[in-house]
Design a protein around this ligand. Structure first.
Ligand code: ADP
Length: 249
């Protein structure tokens, strides 16, 4: 294995908030083309890690590498331009715009333009085709004219994925994509993530262990801001410490 095998790496990553170490010396290697999960109990440091990886937070120690390139000192917007995109945050949806408009705005921002709801039709029209393609990919073609608020919870999540894809991520970070979902929505969103992660690298924070076992080649378990164990689902779920700490004994 060489450095080129990994799309995203955290080396000795740490973050302290006023003397409290939320993340301590985390090493994480996300293999190119894989779906990798970050799991752990509440307060383990998952969100802080995500914020450090996308440069929403500046680390106290360590480095973040994207394709082997040190991105520790870049801004979130610069990192996004390099293809590292976090869903459900950068690409938050606008509730009163239609699905088509939401994806079009994301496409406009991805093209380095500012949000312009008042753009002349001639400049917006070419993006409609691209936006429709993305809506089709996430199964929302028939909902194109509905506003985001009119969508079911599961479909809202699908729309958020479409707006994330509009930014053409090579490395995609998904923050609890099935959080708050009923059983009936979990299977379709899992399949959607499987589909859209093809040809990309995906890191996912996910509480639902059946989704993790279904989707993820490798899993990193965090506890008290540190990596407890890293491995396949089978390896991780057999680990005594994980069973006690995370799966509740
Ligand atoms: P998780 O996402 O795994 O639930 P977090 O990354 O949100 O964990 O939090 C890890 C720890 O860091 C928690 O104890 C939390 O209270 C603390 N923490 C997170 N953000 C801050 C902050 N901005 N200031 C102080 N403490 C924080």
């Amino acid at each position: 294995q060489n450095a080129g095998d990994y799309a995203l790496e955290a080396c000795n990553l740490g973050k302290s908030f006023g003397g409290f170490d939320a993340v301590k010396g985390v090493n994480l290697k996300v293999r190119r083309g894989s779906v990798h999960a970050l799991i752990g109990p509440n307060g383990a440091g998952k969100t802080t890690c995500f914020n450090l990886l996308t440069k929403t937070l500046t680390p106290t120690t360590g480095k973040v590498l994207l394709d082997g390139k040190d991105i520790t000192h870049l801004r979130t917007s610069e990192v996004a331009r390099l293809g590292l995109v976090r869903s459900f945050q950068i690409s938050a949806t606008f509730p009163h715009l239609t699905c088509l408009e939401n994806v079009r705005v994301a496409l406009q921002s991805g093209h380095g333009k500012s949000f312009r709801f008042w753009s002349p039709i001639s400049s917006v029209e070419p993006l409609n085709g691209q936006a429709m393609d993305l809506l089709e990919q996430v199964g929302l073609a028939e909902s194109a004219a509905l506003t985001a608020t009119e969508l079911s919870y599961g479909k809202k999540r699908a729309l958020e994925i479409a707006t994330t894809l509009a930014l053409e991520p090579r490395v995609m970070l998904l923050d609890e994509p099935t959080a708050g979902m009923g059983h009936e929505d979990i299977a379709p969103i899992t399949e959607l993530i499987r589909k859209v992660s093809a040809g990309r690298t995906t890191l996912i924070v996910e509480h639902n262990l059946s989704v993790v076992s279904n989707l993820c080649e490798r899993i990193t378990v965090l506890q008290h801001g540190e990596v407890l164990v890293e491995g396949t689902y089978d390896e991780v779920s057999r680990n005594e410490e994980v069973i006690t700490a995370y799966m509740g004994g």
